[in-house]
Design a protein around this ligand. Structure first.
Ligand code: SF4
Length: 568
């Protein structure tokens, strides 16, 4: 018997500048695919490698060398808007090094009309929608050379992608899930467990791609849902998130809540779910409280009937408000989503929706910009609807027929003022003796190190500290180092920290900022809605003052003010 071929699953994380909480990179697809392999005859020929958890923190070079060392026969990636560019770039390099590696893709970014995915040519096959049902068939096809002709699978044939024409197998939702007691179903290291009690959505919101991928709905029975939760709690979960698109569309919603209340009398576990507010009753809100739902999220998007109609969202604003008031009145932390940039939406509509939500006691507002995600109706009809959006992920709407870029900025300001939060983590301080948001990996470079082209370090969030007596005199070397760092690791979030012994000319900061400005931006730069619209988030310059040295207040304030105009 020949050795089994190895499969590595990779889902690159979404990077943000937050240094206080640990990032979440939920990779349920890894479990679902592993389970579908174990259930199929292909387990005789293939096996999954342990998940490469260190990929969550490694930079591209270290990710690459780890993968090359493992040398999997097949690598499966889940593509999201936040990781598609980095995943493609990494796999291109891997294919140069190990051309025999087969790359497969799934995830929300796989869509027929994707703007650049198919041009990359790194994937042997890609699956649109749920992958677990067709995954063993794809592996078999790779092994035997006889391709599957499913309509949701694209195969690369002679440099082009071809889609099949057969309907993929119709597997019941409950049957497609891993068994409840499967040993891989564990809470994460923070004690968070994820439960999917239902899949599919009866609504067809034009901005959503979830509903395009699965048209049928399916649910677990209340008994099985409760059994899964019981096991997850026994395995250490202290918090459970339902990942259903709308938990209360589950016909067994009340039964599940009653079961949870019985199971969780001591309130040792808290729950979170996304809910549709308009159908909620006061009895259901009471049940949610008894079960210990500490937090829920409700997508309202807009209060305007005409906007809701334009995005095919058949919700009733009055009933929605009643449900939200019931939830918030029950003491459950309720987050209400309001969107900006929808077709037919004016600045007045947006501010009215924001004002309405922020006036409800106990509600916090989440302000979301409209994204023209591949595979959505909104993207398909963007020209007709006169929506102008970025061409790279996250494809954020920048202008509409009724909203200018300035209007969007105004709406953003109103949202920030009303919610009192900074959802994008803007920098608190650029200049100081202590920089509060410095990343954990801190590399100190001496002036001699500036001539090396290889930048030390291994993490995807990294601070490079450059200290010197006369930094302005070595400004060209500093700029070259910044450039090398970014070109070597274009997907790392960089902090370039200048630590001067005395006041340096502000030209030093502007030269360094210009160096960064000239290089391509990252996902996080396009995702963040900044005041002027072009402040950089992914690579920032800081000034760390040295103890025992003197700097005038005026110079510190001028440096802070300057950096604030260039970076977010
Ligand atoms: S946005 Fe939510 S309610 Fe609308 S289609 Fe998507 S999953 Fe369903």
């Amino acid at each position: 018997m020949t050795a089994k071929k190895t499969i590595l699953y990779l889902q690159l994380p979404r990077l943000d500048t937050d240094t206080e909480s640990s990032a979440e990179n939920l990779a349920l697809a890894a479990l679902y695919l592993r389970c579908s392999l174990e259930r199929s005859g292909e387990r005789t020929y293939y096996q999954f490698l342990p998940q490469m958890l260190q990929a969550d923190s490694l930079d591209d070079n270290h990710c690459m060398s780890s993968i090359a060392k493992i040398h999997p026969a097949v690598i499966v990636v889940t593509l999201y808007a936040w990781n598609i560019e980095r995943s493609i770039s990494l796999l291109r390099r891997l294919k140069d090094l190990k051309p025999e590696t087969v790359c497969l893709a799934g995830g929300p970014e796989v869509a027929r009309e994707h703007p650049f995915l198919w041009r990359s040519k790194v994937f042997s096959a890609a699956v649109e929608g749920e992958g677990e049902v067709v995954f063993p068939g794809i592996l078999k096809a790779l092994r035997t050379g006889r391709r599957l002709q499913y309509s949701n699978v694209a195969w690369r044939v002679a440099g082009e992608y071809e889609w099949g024409d057969r309907k993929p197998p119709d597997v019941e939702f409950a049957a497609s899930l891993p068994p409840p007691a499967w040993h891989h179903m564990m809470p994460d290291t923070g004690g968070m467990g994820y439960i999917e009690s239902g899949r599919g959505c009866s609504w067809r919101c034009a901005f959503c791609c979830y509903n395009q991928r699965r048209t049928r709905q399916g649910w677990l029975s209340a008994r099985e849902t409760l059994q899964r939760i019981r096991i997850m709690v026994r395995r250490g979960a202290r918090e459970i998130r339902f990942i259903d698109p709308t938990f209360n569309s589950n016909p067994m919603f009340e039964e599940i809540l009653k079961g949870l209340a019985r199971m969780n009398v001591g309130r040792k576990v808290s729950f979170f779910a996304e809910l549709r507010a308009e159908t909620l009753t006061s009895a259901q809100c009471e049940m949610l409280t008894k079960a210990n739902f500490e937090e829920v999220e409700v997508g309202v998007q807009s209060r305007s009937i005409s906007v809701l109609r334009a995005i095919c969202r058949p919700s009733d604003p009055r009933a929605t408000e009643r449900g939200i008031r019931l939830l918030a009145g029950s003491g459950i932390k309720t987050t209400v989503d309001i969107m900006c940039g929808l077709p037919g939406q004016s600045l007045r509509d947006i501010t009215a929706s924001l004002r309405w939500a922020s006036r409800i006691r106990g509600v916090s507002v989440q302000f979301l910009h409209t994204l023209l995600l591949p595979g959505t109706e909104l993207r398909r009809n963007r020209r007709k609807l006169k929506l102008s959006a970025g061409s790279r992920p996250p494809y954020r709407v920048r202008r509409t027929e009724l909203l200018s870029a300035q209007d969007m900025m105004k709406a953003e300001r109103v949202a920030r003022r009303m919610s009192g939060t900074d959802q994008d983590f803007s920098t608190r301080r650029f200049v100081g003796f202590r920089i509060p948001e410095l990343f954990a990996e801190r590399i100190r470079l001496s002036t001699d190190d500036l001539h090396n082209t290889v930048i030390p370090g291994r993490e995807n969030k990294r601070a490079l500290i450059i200290a010197g007596e006369d930094l302005f005199s070595i400004r060209n070397a500093i700029c070259t180092t910044i450039r090398n760092a970014i070109l070597n690791e274009p997907h790392v979030l960089w902090q370039f920290v200048l630590s001067p012994a005395r006041e340096e000319p502000l030209d030093l900061l502007s030269m360094a900022a210009d160096e960064i400005d000239g290089l391509p931006r990252q996902f996080i730069d396009r995702m963040t809605f900044s005041e002027r619209g072009d402040e950089i988030v992914s690579r920032r310059i800081f000034v760390m003052l040295r103890r025992g040295r003197r700097y005038s207040r005026r110079w510190m304030a001028a440096s802070e003010e300057y950096l604030r105009t260039r970076f977010f």
